[in-house]
Design a protein around this ligand. Structure first.
Ligand code: NAI
Length: 307
């Protein structure tokens, strides 16, 4: 680990879902680099059940033991009042808020044709609604102080695709659009908003079976994607060094950092007479078909081992 350089000295940063996994490493790295951290975590299971505020407190204890400053909050991001309480805790405890990292998350995977409204709603609530609530709660402070940084965790399940994750994919792609909208609406207040799509060996993905040699090899490769490897980019994005970086979607996988594309027209055709269904079939589709996207999953696109 490199020596801390005070990269975010005295910045006040709220990290949601920071009681474990990627969020815990964000909180530890931020504190090491001089930030004062609000460690939020409901302490839920991967499916979003249960509550254990001891998890957030344990991270706070770890930060304090290392000489850093942190405070714990056990509210749910999917509760508007809770989102306001965690932002207010930052302001009451440390006098301001400089950055918000929307990291809290749950999974309720199910093939679309079997997904229940409750499975849909709970995932949208934590990810998409939670990202809105916490971001919106901080927005008034950011606007008033004419500065602020948002970092939202998205996923290649949404940006590219994956089986059995309609709720999660829709929420994550929604967050990418939310981030872009915040970046545009708040640029005049010098507020920035960016996304990180992480790949990391956390409890969220560690249920992969290890019964065969092949599975054990795969898991050994995946374990290289340490949660702590996501933190340097997040710390950078929360810092003043990123003053001109906004509206972007990055991905991080072990030692690789990617800039992800954003949707733009690929090809076009036009006709002065307008189109009929038949002329669409006869002319448009044959012309565009070579550029059609395959039904790729994330792992079809990221098809090489983590570096
Ligand atoms: P994790 O399950 O270890 O951490 C998520 C944390 O969020 C947990 O500590 C949980 O208690 C907390 N949480 C859940 N619901 C909450 C709520 N309503 N309010 C406050 N806290 C809540 O998972 P991991 O892997 O660290 O994920 C962090 C973020 O990164 C998530 O947004 C996830 O969707 C995203 N992500 C992770 C990937 C990976 O490879 N691990 C891949 C793509 C995205």
């Amino acid at each position: 680990m490199s020596q801390p350089t005070g990269f975010v000295q005295d910045k006040v940063v709220l990290v949601t879902g920071a009681g474990g996994g990627i969020g815990r490493d964000f909180a530890l790295a931020l504190a090491r680099e001089g930030a004062k951290v609000v460690v939020n975590d409901l302490g839920a299971s991967v499916q979003g059940e249960g509550r254990d505020t001891a998890r957030a407190q344990a991270v706070v204890d770890e930060i304090r033991a290392a000489g850093g400053q942190a405070v714990a909050n056990g509210d749910s991001v999917s509760d508007w009042d809770g989102a306001n309480r965690m932002v207010n805790l930052a302001v009451e405890t440390f006098g301001r808020i400089d950055a918000v990292i929307n990291n809290a998350g749950i999974l309720r995977d199910r093939f679309f044709f079997n997904m229940s409204p409750d499975e849909w709603r709970s995932v949208i609530d934590v990810h998409l609604n939670g990202a809105f609530y916490v971001s919106r709660a901080a927005a008034s402070h950011f606007k008033e102080q004419q500065s602020g940084a948002y970092i939202h965790m998205v996923s290649t399940s949404g940006l590219i695709g994956n089986f059995g994750q309609a709720n999660y994919s829709a929420a994550k792609l929604g967050i990418a659009a939310l981030s872009k909208s915040i970046a545009m609406d708040m640029a005049k207040f010098k507020v920035r908003s960016n996304c990180i799509s992480p790949f990391a060996w956390s409890r969220m993905i560690n249920s992969i079976p290890t019964d065969t040699d092949e599975q054990r090899d795969r898991v050994a490769r995946l374990q290289k994607m340490e949660t702590a490897k996501i933190a340097p980019l997040a710390v950078f994005l929360a810092s003043d060094a990123a003053a001109d970086v906004t509206g972007q979607i990055f991905a991080v996988r072990a030692n690789e950092i990617f800039l992800m594309s954003q949707s733009r027209p690929l090809r076009s055709l036009h006709t002065e007479q307008g189109w009929t269904p038949q002329s669409v079939a006869d002319r448009v589709v044959p012309a565009l078909r070579p550029s059609f996207y395959k039904l790729d999953r994330s792992q079809d696109v990221f098809d090489w081992d983590p570096v």
